[in-house]
Design a protein around this ligand. Structure first.
Ligand SMILES: Cc1cc2nc3c(=O)[nH]c(=O)nc-3n(C[C@H](O)[C@H](O)[C@H](O)COP(=O)(O)O)c2cc1C
Length: 204
């Protein structure tokens, strides 16, 4: 990879001032320390309408709403998907985001899942994303993920509040380093000339 690596952090909470947004910003800062160009796309306040058929017919509404996001995704080498646990699920807006995403934007690029809970939840979004958001997008979830439990007391400020916070910060940093290595490695897959979206546009 000749240029600076770009990683986009997708913050999947619809809530304004969400903990997911705060965690996404922490991750973007950590990625910057690792020499990556990092930015955050936040779904706070539902900036994206629900999917409709206009997406497939280049409806100008979608070109103006989705076009700039699509361009940012296309130029990214990898992603971090931050999802809160809402009623044991991924928020509907994040599932909508994955309906809008295509393999030309995110296909065969690595993504790391970070789930967020104010309590001791956070497992369900990991399972849901691994199960259902990659088939057509061809997004490649890396094996490492991070669950941020008791989020309000984690990742605040520049130094850890306690040993749990310290361990979480170490795991986050380590997992981001692994994501970066996958981003380097998967370039070779995309440049292999083997990807055939014309004949195989959708996964099985
Ligand atoms: C609609 C809704 C449902 C929620 N359901 C759960 C849940 O099932 N499990 C859980 O651990 N936390 C749940 N929470 C609390 C979130 O973990 C908490 O709001 C946390 O800050 C992450 O969400 P945020 O990024 O929107 O702030 C829920 C929050 C909302 C708004």
């Amino acid at each position: 990879m000749r240029r600076t690596m770009k990683i986009t952090v997708i913050s999947g909470s619809h809530r304004d001032g969400s903990q997911s947004d705060r965690v996404a910003q922490y991750i973007a800062n950590d990625l910057t320390k690792l020499g990556v160009e990092a930015s955050v796309i936040s779904l706070a306040k539902n900036p994206l309408p629900l999917w409709d058929e206009g997406v497939w017919s280049d409806d100008p509404k979608w070109t103006s709403i989705w076009g700039p996001i699509s361009a940012r995704l296309k130029e990214s080498d990898g992603f971090v998907v931050v999802s809160p646990e809402w009623s044991g699920m991924v928020p509907a807006g994040l599932k909508n985001f994955f309906l809008l995403c295509g393999s030309r934007e995110v296909g065969h690029k690595p993504a790391m899942i970070v789930s967020v809970s104010s309590g001791i939840g956070g497992s369900y979004p990991v399972v849901e994303l691994r199960q259902s958001s990659y088939k057509n997008t061809r997004l490649v979830y890396i094996p490492d993920h991070v669950i941020v439990r008791n989020v309000e007391s984690m990742l605040n400020g520049s130094s850890p509040a306690d040993s749990h916070d310290e361990e979480l910060r170490k795991r986050m940093h380590y997992s981001l380093e692994i994501l970066i290595e996958y981003a380097k490695a998967l370039c070779a897959v995309r440049e292999s000339g083997k990807i055939n979206l014309k004949e195989f546009p959708y996964g099985m």
